[in-house]
Design a protein around this ligand. Structure first.
Ligand SMILES: Nc1nc2c(ncn2[C@@H]2O[C@H](COP(=O)(O)OP(=O)(O)OP(=O)(O)O)[C@@H](O)[C@H]2O)c(=O)[nH]1
Length: 471
């Protein structure tokens, strides 16, 4: 019975399907209007079916349902069909009226005589944007499943972020000095491979040590010690590293001193000098953090009146470290600022006054003269002021640092050193040469830009890091 129903829907009369479907509604006719044969349609349908100029973007029902419905209501086989369906137990088909000859098939889908079945949304978009731009209706990508079902894939568990191991202070120093140490130890190992310690190898070793900025004096100390221990014998790279570390420690030990504060002087004045960019302002910030953190009253004075950014930078450090701040306008007399700062710090009973100065190259005589003036003015206020003159040295500089110490020592009476930037690609050997020559205290070393990246200078650590030893 069901088979007879299907036959009724897709056939007209007794003829085979191919013959019964009007040419105008055959799939091939719809697909290509040019190849369409003259329609042999039933009278009354011609006007509607013939002028079809379908756009190929639109969905097409191979057998136009509208035509089928129209034929049924025009007295076609619908009557027979209804009878068969009733016999098969289907509910009766309601007769279509002339006005209502385009049936609503599904909610949101409407049949039109011209376009067949087209979703309403598509038609609306088409009328607004033109057929070519009509959007393709999107289907929901995921079916909505009943409760208790799931298509979701297992949620990937994010990998636990492993925090980067925090390097110890010595590891950071060692990393910073790696360039010096690995170059040196590599060359030393190559030098002593299959060679005994003799005059020739000793001379070559001395050259290598001088090239690493350690200075002639220290280089001779090391070769002398090595010679007295192992002359005529085989030598390994480790032997040389150990002896080198011991001898460098002997040079640096006497200069590794704490920064003495005489708190009978209120304020204890620290003047910070050095070539531009060597880390004066940053080091002042780090020192202020240490001092104010231990309960001392600190004032910072922006004596670098050349750079607006330097004044601002120091103000930020003062705010961060809870220190008082005194500055002046750009281009003002730095010595005058130093005077005012001292007076204010004394009135406020500050324990420590730290004065920043403009960075200057040692060959700029007028700037060096200004530095001399600052020292003179402070000396008038307190014969012992400035009580500490700190010079910052950039560890990436190399030999030029020796020159800088010589000049700043003469002009400003440098009394102690801080080497900065030992965390980068430092060339720390020069500090050994400076220590051997000037014997100036080295108070701290900088190993980074952060507030805590200032460590008291340790001769033993520094020597072993240069020699490439791991502890
Ligand atoms: N990596 C590293 N950078 C540092 C260190 N100390 C300072 N710096 C950076 O070096 C740059 C210059 O530092 P400053 O403190 O402005 O140097 P300055 O001597 O005051 O410079 P001028 O005011 O131009 O004379 C800044 O970017 C600092 O963050 C350090 O120990 N390690």
């Amino acid at each position: 019975m069901a088979l007879s129903f299907i036959k009724r829907v897709f056939t007209f009369g007794d003829a085979p399907v191919e013959e019964q479907v009007p040419a105008a509604v055959k799939p091939e006719a719809l697909a290509s209007p040019e190849t369409r044969e003259p329609a042999t349609v039933q009278p009354g349908l011609e006007a509607e079916l013939e002028p079809k100029t379908r756009d190929e973007h639109l969905p097409v029902s191979p057998v136009d349902p509208v035509a089928a419905f129209e034929m049924e209501t025009a007295g076609g086989p619908a009557g027979d069909l209804a009878a068969d369906m009733a016999a098969d137990g289907f509910p009766p088909i309601e007769a279509e009226t002339a006005e209502d000859d385009v049936p609503a098939i599904l909610p949101g889908i409407e049949a039109t005589a011209e376009f067949g079945m087209v979703p309403l949304a598509l038609l609306e978009a088409e009328s607004e944007a033109g057929v070519d731009e009509a959007p393709i209706a999107e289907l929901p990508s995921e079916p909505v499943l009943p409760k208790g079902f799931s298509t979701s894939k297992p949620v990937p568990v994010p990998e636990l972020a492993v925090p980067e191991p925090k390097l110890t202070w010595f590891q950071r120093l060692r990393t910073g000095l790696l360039r010096t140490s690995s170059q040196l130890t590599g060359q030393i190992t190559a030098l002593f491979t299959k060679r005994k310690l003799d005059e020739g190898t000793l001379e070559e070793l001395e050259d290598l040590l001088i090239q690493a900025d350690l200075g002639v004096e220290t280089a001779m100390r090391i070769t002398g010690a090595l010679s007295s221990e192992r002359y005529g014998k085989d030598v390994t790279g480790e032997d040389v590293s150990r002896i080198m570390a011991d001898e460098i420690t002997k040079v640096l030990g006497p200069v590794a001193k704490p920064l003495q504060l005489d708190l009978n002087h209120k304020p204890h004045v620290i003047l910070v000098v050095g070539v531009n960019g060597t880390g004066k302002t940053t080091t002042i910030g780090k020192l202020a953090a240490k001092l104010s953190g231990s309960g001392l009253k600190v004032m910072l004075a922006a004596g670098d009146t050349f750079r607006a950014a330097a004044i601002e930078q120091l103000k930020i450090w003062a705010d961060r470290t809870g220190s008082e701040f005194i500055g002046t306008k750009l281009g003002a007399d730095a010595a005058g600022l130093a005077y005012d700062a001292y007076e204010q710090a004394r009135a406020n009973k500050s324990d420590v006054l730290i004065i920043d100065t403009a960075g200057r190259l040692q060959n700029r005589t007028e700037l060096m003269a200004e530095l001399e003036k600052i020292v003179r003015v402070l000396g008038k206020l307190d014969p012992d002021a400035p009580h500490t003159v700190l010079q910052t040295l950039d560890a990436t500089t190399g030999q030029n640092a020796m020159n800088q110490v010589e000049i700043f020592r003469n002009v400003a009476g440098v009394s102690g050193l801080i080497m900065t930037k030992l965390d980068g690609t430092a060339r720390g050997g020069i500090l050994v040469a400076i220590a051997a020559k000037h014997k100036l205290p080295v108070y701290f070393i900088g190993v980074g830009e952060a507030v805590d990246d200032l460590e008291p200078f340790e001769a033993h650590d520094f020597a072993r890091a240069i020699a490439g030893l791991t502890q």
